[in-house]
Design a protein around this ligand. Structure first.
Ligand SMILES: NC(=O)c1ccc[n+]([C@@H]2O[C@H](COP(=O)([O-])OP(=O)(O)OC[C@H]3O[C@@H](n4cnc5c(N)ncnc54)[C@H](OP(=O)(O)O)[C@@H]3O)[C@@H](O)[C@H]2O)c1
Length: 331
């Protein structure tokens, strides 16, 4: 085992978070039960916020960034895991309070670890990452709310982003009629159609002041944007439809009224991936293994080295990343 290894470490410089590639050792990571040789991590919107310093995601510093990782157990004091086990972690405070996945090695609590589903590679797991696992949590929120492919069209907002693009692919694969809302109709329109979107909704049609109730259109909504986009989507949701809200790419406000809820019985279902229970996680990952189109997944992501993370963090916050990014921590 080499003495030192690479990691992206977020430190405070003049009171501001700054991320850089460093050489660290095992003494620099926490003394948790399971030592994992990390193969891949990824870049989610939240990683962009943490690594670019755009928001104070890292609550303690110095801290290794990366809210996701996939790798192989090297050593374990937790009897539930043994060397060679393939594991992944999403959230659980990685890159917030605990060292994260932008590291060639990491020590983790056994209770954070999800077993990689049979047939999925570590690279595929991180192509899915928190973004795709959240997409599946959103899909399951719609299914649990009774939204079926026969219920009517489903809207996905922020569709060309990580959560959005995998949500489009999953829903289309499950037989839903998917309408994809994007600010990049020209650039990303074909990409979204290839993923299975049957119609495109320009962002401006939703990111505007809306009436308390608008024409009933959507049987279900997966919203990654928030703010006026979410408010308009709610106002357009059909009687007893379900809206799964997971993101704030357009802002954290929600300028809506009670009307869709009390006159149309609309359900607004919040989706949190970070502290979701292990059974909920395993259900989502098992469904991803069963339903995700692997060939389509390949068209959604690119693989980059660890050193590319700081630049890509800025890009994802600027809305300039399409689909998913896998970080090969050993490249
Ligand atoms: N609740 C959870 O547990 C959880 C988990 C993962 C992610 N999230 C949240 O979900 C959101 C999406 O995450 P992501 O990883 O998919 O990020 P992402 O890849 O950056 O995608 C976000 C997408 O939102 C759209 N967008 C960006 N800025 C916008 C604006 N000002 N107004 C309207 N639309 C805008 C863009 O889509 P178009 O180009 O198609 O318009 C962008 O691609 C983020 O807010 C993230 O924090 C939450």
């Amino acid at each position: 085992m080499t003495d030192t290894f690479n990691a992206i470490v977020v430190e405070k410089v003049d009171g501001k978070p700054v991320a850089s590639l460093k050489k660290i050792g095992l003494a620099d990571i926490a003394d948790e039960d399971v030592l994992v040789e990390v193969a891949y991590s990824t870049i989610n919107y939240k990683d962009g916020l943490a690594v670019s310093g755009a928001a104070p995601i890292c609550q303690v510093t110095p801290l290794i960034g990366g809210i996701d990782l996939a790798g192989t157990v090297i050593e374990s004091r937790d009897p539930a895991f043994k060397p060679g086990d393939r594991v992944l972690v999403n959230g659980y405070g990685l890159s917030e309070r605990f060292h994260g996945g932008y590291s060639q090695k990491q020590r983790l609590k056994g209770e954070w670890l999800v077993r990689v589903p049979d047939g999925m590679s570590l690279e595929e797991c991180m192509a899915v990452g928190t973004a795709g696992y959240t997409s599946m949590l959103c899909v399951q929120a719609l299914q649990d709310g009774g939204v079926t492919p026969d219920s009517g069209p489903v809207l996905v907002t922020g569709a060309a982003g990580g959560v959005g693009s995998i949500a489009v692919s999953l829903l289309a694969g499950l037989g839903y009629e998917v309408h994809a809302s994007t600010g990049r109709v020209d650039e990303a329109g074909q990409f979204l159609r290839d993923l299975g979107a049957s119609a495109l909704v320009p962002r401006d049609q939703l990111a505007r002041d809306c009436k308390p109730l608008e024409k009933e259109t959507w049987a279900g909504v997966i919203d990654t944007v928030g703010n006026q986009t979410l408010a308009t989507a709610i106002a357009q949701t059909r009687y007893e439809g379900t809206v799964a809200a997971c993101g704030l790419a357009g802002g954290m406000a929600l300028p809506t009224s009670v009307m869709p809820f009390i006159l149309r019985g609309v359900t607004l279902r919040g989706v949190d991936s970070v502290m979701a229970s292990l059974p909920r996680r395993q259900r989502a990952w098992d469904a991803l293994a069963a339903h995700l189109d692997r060939e389509q997944l390949k068209s959604i992501y690119e693989v980059v080295p660890l050193s590319a993370v700081p630049d890509l963090a800025r890009d994802i916050i600027a809305g300039a990343v399409r689909g998913r990014v896998v970080v090969d921590v050993n490249a």
